[in-house]
Structures are given as structure tokens and as C-alpha cells.
Design a protein around this ligand. Structure first.
Ligand SMILES: [Zn+2]
Length: 340
């Protein structure tokens, strides 16, 4: 499948021409084609936190100066919004820096529609899991997540589930998913069935993502999970186009979220799926933080003008694709996968 090759300069010139034609040159107007686009995998604030602490104890609003965070975040989000992005799905799990009340304030102050997630992060040898994850049943965990979806947390509702499942330890696959990982997945299935939200799931790093995905898929099929509510994130960890096809043909969504580092390769992977008529289940994004807690502590933001997260998708990746593919990947598929 042939890629169109609009050069980045031409893309910017077209956007500028739109502005000169009398449009108010701000936010989505600069790139009308991508107006209302969605970043399906993003991180606004990240901090590795001690799972023995309570959400109140880890709440950034209680520990950091809000204006410092806003100063760091606002220019980065406004730059993406100027290219047409309207929504960030904030994939940061609890104790990895999830901050519902902070996201609510940032959404109000920047105009970005920020969706937070529920769920837990089982990767890194389960070191970021709280004690209740081990003690409670799948039903009890699901009840916690359903409450965050229906009633909200910190004044904002969770809109999707994010799990980190990693069948491998230090690069070596141990043979089967740990009991705790199986429980997290079963809790997610209960939550999906009762709320209709979508599960986005990390399936392991390079070298064991395939086998971990196979085990996760088998469990989800046993539990009768609606697979069109299941997103396989970080699919770029395995550069195997045949495996990508297998994921989509199984009925799942596939997500390439390493575009910040892999522009050309991702364009090829997307083209491969499009050539097989499978673009309707493909998502793209960039898995990078807008702001790290340690940077706020050190006061280095916003003095990092060269750090431009989430812009390469618009400026370098999308211009490589056919216009219809761009709309499908950035506007239609995100809504089909996660709702609106
Ligand atoms: Zn991520």
C-alpha cells in the first residue's frame, strides 16, 4: 500500500494558509482536518508512588504548587490543541501518578477534555499494586472500579480501564500469568460487562508480549469478554506485522503508541494493516509524559522548550498517510474504541 508523502513543510504551509484565509488562527482552526482528534494513550503527570500510601497522601494537589504544574502543562497541551487535538485519554494508573482532582483542574484551565482511567498497574513485579489488590476478590476489585466509573473520584469520572499485565520478569517469561494478573483481568471483564467501558491493557515488553497476549486473550475468551472493548497497547514492542494482523483478526483493537520514537516504522505497520483491510481496529498515540513530578520538584518546567510531546504525530506521522486514514486513526477509531 502506497503512502502519500506530504512533506512536513507543506503540511504546515497548508495549515498557515487556512489561518491567513481569515480563520481565527488558534487551537483546532490551524488544522481543520484533524479538528476533534483524540490522543488515546497519553500521560499528563507521572510519579512513581508508594502503594502503601493512600490516594490522599499521594495527591499532587496536596504536595505541589498547582500553578507550577499548570505552567509546565499548559503550553504543551495548547500546542497539541492548536493542531486539532480535543481529548487526552490519561492512561496513568493509581500509584503511577494518577491524579483525578489535578486532571479536573487542568481540564478546566486548559480546555483539553481529559479522561482518567481506573484499574491497576501489575507490571514491575507487581510492586505498584496496593495491598487490597492481593486481599480482595475479582468482584470486590470490579466494584471499586465500577464505583470510579459511575460515581467518579476527585470530582471526575473514570472513563476506561487501564491494566498493566506483564507475563515476563526481567525479560524472561515464567510460563503463565500470575494469579494476581488473572484476578485483575477477571475484575476488568466484570467491569467492562457491567459498565460498557473499554479495557486498555499493556501486554508485556519485547520478547514476551506475544505469549502474554495469547494468555490474556485465552482468559478473556473464557470469561466471554466482548473483544471489541479490548485494546492491546504498546503493540510496537513486537515488530511483527503478522502478529499485528492476528490481534485484529481475533477481534481486538491494536494500539501503536511509540510514535514519538518510531514515526516511519509505525507508518509502515499501519499501512500493512490497512492493506489487509484492517484499519478499522487500529489506534495510534504517543506514550510520553507531559510533566514528571520530579521536574516540578526541580522547577525545570517550563524551561524545556525543546521537549515537544505529542506533536510528532501531527507534524511528521500523519502527513505520511492518506487523508482518509488520518481521519480514521485520529477521529473515528478513538470514538469507536472508547466512546464519546
Ligand atoms: Zn503509557
Amino acid at each position: 500500500m502506497k503512502l502519500t508523502s506530504i512533506h512536513r513543510r507543506d503540511f504546515n504551509r497548508l495549515a498557515l494558509a487556512g489561518c491567513l484565509a481569515g480563520l481565527a488562527c488558534k487551537r483546532a482552526d490551524a488544522a481543520p482536518e484533524m479538528a476533534r482528534s483524540v490522543m488515546v494513550h497519553s500521560h499528563i503527570f507521572i510519579e512513581h508512588q508508594d502503594p502503601m500510601k493512600t490516594p490522599e497522601e499521594t495527591d499532587p494537589l496536596r504536595r505541589y504548587d498547582y500553578d507550577s504544574i499548570l505552567r509546565a502543562v499548559r503550553p504543551k497541551l495548547e500546542a497539541v490543541m492548536a493542531l486539532g487535538c480535543r481529548r487526552f485519554l490519561e492512561c496513568t494508573s493509581p500509584w503511577f501518578g494518577r491524579a483525578p482532582a489535578l486532571m479536573k483542574r487542568l481540564a478546566e484551565d486548559t480546555g483539553m477534555d481529559i479522561w482518567i482511567c481506573t484499574g491497576l498497574r501489575g507490571t514491575a513485579k507487581h510492586r505498584y499494586l496496593p495491598r487490597y489488590a492481593f486481599e480482595e476478590s475479582d468482584r470486590q476489585l470490579a466494584d471499586r472500579w465500577i464505583r470510579e466509573i459511575r460515581e467518579g473520584i476527585g470530582g471526575i469520572r473514570a472513563r476506561f480501564i487501564k491494566l498493566g499485565i506483564d507475563g515476563g520478569i526481567n525479560g524472561a517469561y515464567e510460563g503463565r500469568l500470575a494469579e494476581i494478573d488473572q484476578k485483575l483481568l477477571r475484575a476488568a471483564v466484570i467491569t467492562v460487562k457491567e459498565t460498557g467501558v473499554t479495557l486498555a491493557c499493556h501486554t508485556g515488553d519485547k520478547g514476551h508480549a506475544k505469549i502474554t497476549f495469547a494468555e490474556i486473550l485465552a482468559l478473556l475468551q473464557r470469561e466471554r469478554m466482548p473483544l471489541d472493548r479490548f485494546v492491546v497497547v504498546h503493540a510496537q514492542h513486537e515488530e511483527d506485522f503478522a502478529w499485528h494482523e492476528e490481534i485484529v483478526r481475533a477481534g481486538c483493537w491494536i494500539e501503536f503508541d511509540g510514535i514519538g520514537r518510531m514515526v516511519d516504522w509505525t507508518a509502515e505497520a499501519v499501512a500493512s494493516l490497512a492493506g489487509k483491510g484492517l484499519l478499522h481496529r487500529v489506534l495510534v498515540s504517543e506514550d510520553r509524559p507531559v510533566c514528571m513530578a520530579k521536574s516540578v520538584r526541580a522547577g525545570v518546567f517550563p524551561e524545556q522548550p525543546d521537549y515537544r510531546p505529542y506533536l510528532r504525530i501531527y507534524e511528521e506521522f500523519l502527513p505520511k498517510l492518506q487523508p482518509a486514514w488520518r481521519r480514521q486513526l485520529m477521529i473515528e477509531n478513538p470514538v469507536a474504541a472508547f466512546g464519546d
